[in-house]
Unconditional design. Structure first.
Length: 436
C-alpha cells in the first residue's frame, strides 16, 4: 500500500531537506505537530531507509497527550492500525525494522535537568515544545544522536530574546509593526545545517474561520500575547517575567559592604546555589558564588568558607542541612517562610534597586528567564513557572526577604547593621580583655 500524504505546501522542505536541524516554529495553531506526525508515521511505514525515531518532550508523561496522540490519530485516520505493532504503555510504534518511541528529557516536572539515555542507535528525533528544554539538555541529545544522516526536529512557539534557541541560531531585526518585538533571521553560518520552517494560524488550512477571527482579536485585547504567541514574533522580554530593571556591573565597588549570602540547597539534578549580597549607594548588588551539583553538605561548607565570612540565609525547608552546616562552622540561619511567602518575597525584591556582576552567568540566565506561569490564553497565573530555573533567584529572595525590611530606608537599615556590628566588636574586645 502506498501512502497518500496531504502536506501543507509551506512544509514541503520538511520532507525534502537533508539538513541536521529542522526548526518548526512560529505562532499558535501553525500546523507543526500535524505535519511532523505525518512525517513520523510515513517514515515508520516506508521501507526506503531504516528509521528509528524518538518522540520527545521535556517531561516524559506530557508526550502521551501531545505528539503521541497526534501519531495515533494519523495511524487511525489513515486506517493503518493493522500495519503497526502499537505499544501504548511505552508509547512505541513498530513496523518491521522501523520504529518510533517516546523519550522524555525528565521523568517529572519536579526535575529540572535531564539524565537522558544515549540515542546513538536512533536516526531521528522530534522534540515538541522544544522551548521547554535547556541548552545543556539539547547538547546532550545532539551529541548522542550519531547515526549517519540523522536529523533533529524542534517544534516550538517562538520564545523570548534571551532564550538559548534564539541566541544560538538567529539574528534579530526590530519589527516595524510591534515595538519591543523582533523578526528572526537565521545566522548565515548555520544556513548549511539548519532548516527553518515558520508558520502561524494564517498558514493553517485546516482550522475554521472563527478560530482565525478569535486569534486576530487578541491584537487589540492582548497585544503582547498576540505578537508573540499568535504571530510568532520574538519579544524583548519573557511573557510573565518576574524581575526587570536589574543592571549588570563590571565588578563590586570598593566601598560596597558585604551583607551576607543567600543559599538554595541542591544536589542532583538541581544545583546548590550561593549568592553574595552587597549594599551600595541605596541598592543591593548580587554576585554569584556557587552553582554546582552533587555537593554533599561537607563539600558545600568548604566552598562557602572560600569567601569572606558573613551570615548565610538558607532555605528553611531543609533544617537538617542547616544544622549540618552549623556543625561545619558556617554561620547559617533559615529564611523566613509563611503563607504566600514566595509571592511576598518576590514582591519585596521587586521593590528593591538591584544590580548584579557581569560574571554571574547563571544568575543572569535565571534573571532573564524567571517567570510566572502563563496559560494558553496569556493569563498570568501568579505562580512560578516550573520550567524556569530559579535556584539563584530563590537564594536571593531568601536573603533579601529575611534580612532587608520592607518599606524601610536602606540607609537607616545600614546604620542599624553598623551599630550592631560595632556592639559585637565591643563585646568581643571585652571578652578578650577579661580572658587576659
Amino acid at each position: 500500500m502506498k501512502l497518500q500524504v496531504e502536506a501543507n505546501q509551506i512544509f514541503e522542505p520538511l520532507w525534502k531537506t537533508k539538513k541536521r536541524y529542522i526548526l518548526l516554529m512560529g505562532g499558535r495553531s501553525g500546523g507543526r505537530s500535524y505535519e511532523a506526525s505525518q512525517k513520523i508515521v510515513s517514515l515508520c511505514y516506508q521501507n526506503a531507509r531504516y528509521f528509528r525515531g524518538a518522540i520527545m518532550r521535556a517531561i516524559h508523561a506530557d508526550i502521551r497527550s501531545s505528539v503521541w496522540q497526534e501519531i495515533t490519530d494519523r495511524v487511525n485516520g489513515w486506517d493503518l492500525s493493522g500495519a503497526f505493532d502499537v505499544k501504548e504503555s511505552t508509547m512505541e510504534l513498530t513496523r518491521g525494522r522501523n520504529s518510533v518511541k517516546a523519550h522524555g528529557f525528565r521523568k517529572s516536572s519536579s526535575e529540572r535537568t535531564a539524565k537522558l539515555k544515549s540515542l546513538a542507535n536512533y536516526t531521528d528525533a522530534f522534540i515538541e515544545e522544544a522551548e521547554e528544554i535547556g541548552e545543556e539538555e539539547f547538547t546532550q541529545l545532539d551529541d548522542s544522536l550519531r547515526a549517519e544522516g540523522s536529523q533533529i526536529h524542534l517544534l516550538f512557539n517562538t520564545p523570548s530574546k534571551a532564550h538559548w534557541i534564539i541566541k544560538r541560531w538567529f539574528d534579530l531585526i526590530p519589527s516595524y509593526e510591534a515595538k519591543g518585538f523582533y523578526e528572526m533571521k537565521l545566522k548565515p553560518e548555520y544556513e548549511k545545517d539548519v532548516e527553518v520552517l515558520f508558520s502561524t494560524h494564517l498558514d493553517n488550512i485546516y482550522i475554521p474561520q472563527e478560530v482565525h477571527d478569535r486569534y486576530e482579536a487578541y491584537k487589540l485585547s492582548k497585544p503582547d500575547y498576540y505578537w508573540q504567541m499568535i504571530r510568532g514574533l520574538c519579544p524583548e522580554t519573557l511573557m510573565g517575567r518576574i524581575y526587570s530593571g536589574w543592571k549588570a556591573i563590571g565588578e563590586i565597588p570598593h566601598e560596597a559592604r558585604l551583607l551576607g549570602y543567600g543559599l538554595d540547597f541542591g544536589y542532583d539534578p538541581d544545583p546548590a546555589a550561593l549568592v553574595a549580597v552587597y549594599y551600595h549607594n541605596g541598592g543591593y548588588i548580587l554576585d554569584e558564588k556557587l552553582y554546582e551539583r552533587n555537593l554533599i553538605n561537607e563539600q558545600l561548607s568548604i566552598n562557602i568558607k572560600l569567601y569572606p565570612q558573613a551570615l548565610v540565609v538558607a532555605d528553611s525547608a531543609e533544617p537538617k542541612s542547616i544544622e549540618e552546616l552549623k556543625r561545619y562552622g558556617i554561620n547559617v540561619v533559615p529564611c523566613e517562610k509563611g503563607a504566600d511567602s514566595v509571592l511576598y518575597g518576590i514582591k519585596h525584591v521587586q521593590g528593591l534597586k538591584i544590580s548584579y556582576t557581569s560574571n554571574s552567568h547563571n544568575l543572569k540566565a535565571e534573571y532573564e528567564n524567571y517567570a510566572f506561569k502563563v496559560d494558553k490564553d496569556g493569563t498570568n497565573l501568579g505562580i512560578e513557572d516550573p520550567k524556569s530555573e530559579n535556584h539563584l533567584m530563590s537564594a536571593t529572595r531568601y536573603f533579601l526577604s529575611t534580612m532587608i525590611k520592607a518599606n524601610a530606608d536602606p540607609e537607616a537599615q545600614e546604620r542599624e547593621r553598623e551599630l550592631a556590628r560595632a556592639k559585637a566588636r565591643q563585646t568581643a574586645n571585652k571578652l578578650t580583655q577579661t580572658t587576659r
